[in-house]
Design a protein around this ligand. Structure first.
Ligand SMILES: Cc1ncc(C[n+]2csc(CCOP(=O)(O)OP(=O)(O)O)c2C)c(N)n1
Length: 514
């Protein structure tokens, strides 16, 4: 057994059974090992940002790491933007990055670079294997690091000789650091705030947005009159009919400040304190009102399910909370495409068990509020702010959850960063319906120009926000990568196309002309 085989076997033994790859010469032994070792599904991506975003989608849906296979510093560099998003989402993920053989590094060959230096900012754990005999142990440590609470990005750098030399065997899975149990004092401090009679917000994020903890939180809210709120962008929310509904903090800072202005207490569950996405001249960075108290019930690395259950029992919260009733048949919109008609049309058609990936930016904002009582589904967002995640995330989620429909809500500008994901969707026959919001502009940045105080933008500044010259043709772009598509210029056509695509298998793309 060589080092590469020992690593693949160790990963499979540790539960890593899917690898999103874009390999090169230094990873050839890893690639060859995939044929000799069973149990690893390897998915080719045509850009490393697709591999990292897909691994993120897979990890969010399964709570276990997928691997990526990347080519030295430049391959890893191409993956970084979506590794940043994965890290912010606290997704378990293992990068395997090939490097030159140890004896070759000193010659400064064309692909030589500081791979650890490239890895560090977007990784929670980094190691370079030094020897084929230690590669299996390194692999087991990487999986444990990725899975340890609160979850993270582990990057293992594999010099080519550590892959081709003889190994000693396979390493057993390592113990994983579980989520911490919160101190009794944190539960009683939250209970005291909730009993104070003063306006109290329970701010939930991360794992606390899954159905079970949300249900407990809504029982606490019912018992105490507290309000529930989530951050504006979240890795994964379980929502829909029969589940506790939760609104999100508005993205515009002015609205976010207004939303929190009345609260005297803010209880954090699985999330950090609310902060402004950007600094704006003369505006605060922290959103909690001055004079309010913030109480950490559970940090992202702590067990929020246990913490909420203990808080509910201390408060004698009722056993059931009012949940969202099943969806009443909504009137489907007709006529002109607007942000509102997009919201109503898509919200009405979300099927049970769907996974909605939301990188809709300005055109997708009406879909979430319109879909509270859609059949139960998951909602995945860009929560690290680095655009270009949507189509890769949808790809990874579809591979993680065969049998579930994926609806990928995609703004056109963000879509252009990683559209190669469509090719992987076609090759793997994934049930992904991509809905492109073709407004042919960086519309959200037009508002930001004003927000930062850059008033009266001139021709050059405006040209930086206009992506309509030349016009992108998404139906042709998709067709070129093996994904069938069609254009919708009215709400009726959008509804027809969406219904048809949800009935068929394999990917489809709808270009909505906004
Ligand atoms: C990696 C990265 N590069 C650049 C940006 C800055 N940025 C934020 S929004 C945006 C434009 C988004 O345009 P589009 O996806 O078409 O959505 P729209 O604003 O039109 O709704 C850009 C370039 C970013 N957030 N991340």
């Amino acid at each position: 057994m060589n080092g590469a085989e020992s690593l693949v076997q160790t990963l499979v033994k540790g539960g890593v059974d899917t690898c999103f790859a874009n390999p090169g010469t230094s990873e050839m032994h890893f690639v060859a090992a995939l044929d000799r070792v069973g149990g690893m599904r390897c998915v080719l991506t045509l850009f490393e940002g697709v591999a990292s975003g897909a691994a993120d989608g897979y990890g969010r849906m399964t709570d276990k790491p997928a691997a990526t296979l990347l080519h030295l510093g430049p391959g890893l560099g191409n993956a970084l933007a979506n590794l940043h998003n994965a890290r912010k989402a606290r997704t378990p993920l293992v990068n395997i990055v090939g490097d030159h053989a140890v004896h070759h590094r000193s010659y400064d060959a064309p692909l030589t670079s500081d791979v650890e230096g490239v890895a560090r900012p977007m990784s929670d754990w980094v190691r370079t294997s030094t020897d084929a005999r230690s590669v299996a142990d390194d692999g087991a440590d990487a999986v444990a690091a990725a899975l340890s609470a609160p979850g993270g990005v582990a990057t293992l750098i594999l010099p080519a000789d550590t892959a081709w030399n003889d190994a000693t065997g396979v390493a057993a899975p390592r113990p994983v650091k579980p989520a911490g149990i919160v101190a009794a004092a944190a539960v009683s401090a939250a209970a005291k705030a909730l009993r104070s009679g003063e306006p109290t917000l329970i701010f939930l994020g991360g794992r606390a947005l899954r159905a079970a903890p949300l249900d407990v939180a809504s029982r606490i809210a019912a018992a105490t009159g507290a309000k529930l709120l989530a951050p504006s962008s979240n890795p994964r929310m379980e929502r829909g009919a029969g589940r506790a509904p939760i609104r999100r903090l508005p993205y515009p800072l002015q609205l976010a400040l207004q939303e929190l202005s009345a609260f005297k207490h803010i209880i954090l569950v699985g999330v950090q304190q609310p902060v402004a996405f950007f600094a704006y001249p003369g505006m605060p960075s922290l959103i909690a009102p001055p004079g309010s108290s913030t109480h950490v019930l559970a940090s992202p690395a702590e067990d929020c399910v246990d913490a909420l259950a203990r808080l509910a029992s201390e408060l004698n919260a009722p056993g059931r909370a009012a949940l969202v009733p099943p969806q009443a048949p909504a009137a489907l919109p007709a006529g002109k495409i607007t942000v509102e008609s997009i919201g109503a049309a898509i919200a009405a058609l979300i099927p049970e068990g769907a996974i909605v990936v939301d990188e809709g930016i300005s055109c997708g904002r009406a879909i979430y509020p319109a879909s509270f009582s859609a059949p139960p589904h998951d909602w995945l967002q860009l929560n690290g702010g680095s655009i270009g995640i949507g189509m890769p995330l949808a790809t990874g989620a579809a591979i993680a959850c065969p049998g579930r429909k994926v609806i990928s809500l995609q703004a056109d500008g963000s879509g252009m960063y990683t559209l190669q994901a469509l090719w992987t969707q076609a090759r793997e026959t994934l049930d992904v319906t991509t809905i492109i919001f073709s407004n042919r502009s960086y519309a959200s940045l037009e508002g930001e120009l004003i927000n930062v105080g850059a008033l009266n933008p001139g021709k050059t500044a405006r040209a930086m926000l206009d992506i309509g010259s030349p016009d992108l043709d998404w139906v042709k772009l998709a067709g070129g990568m093996g994904v069938e598509g069609a254009r919708a210029e009215t709400a009726e056509r959008l509804i027809d196309l969406l219904q048809a695509s949800l009935r068929r298998s394999g990917p489809f793309l709808i270009e909505v002309m906004v």
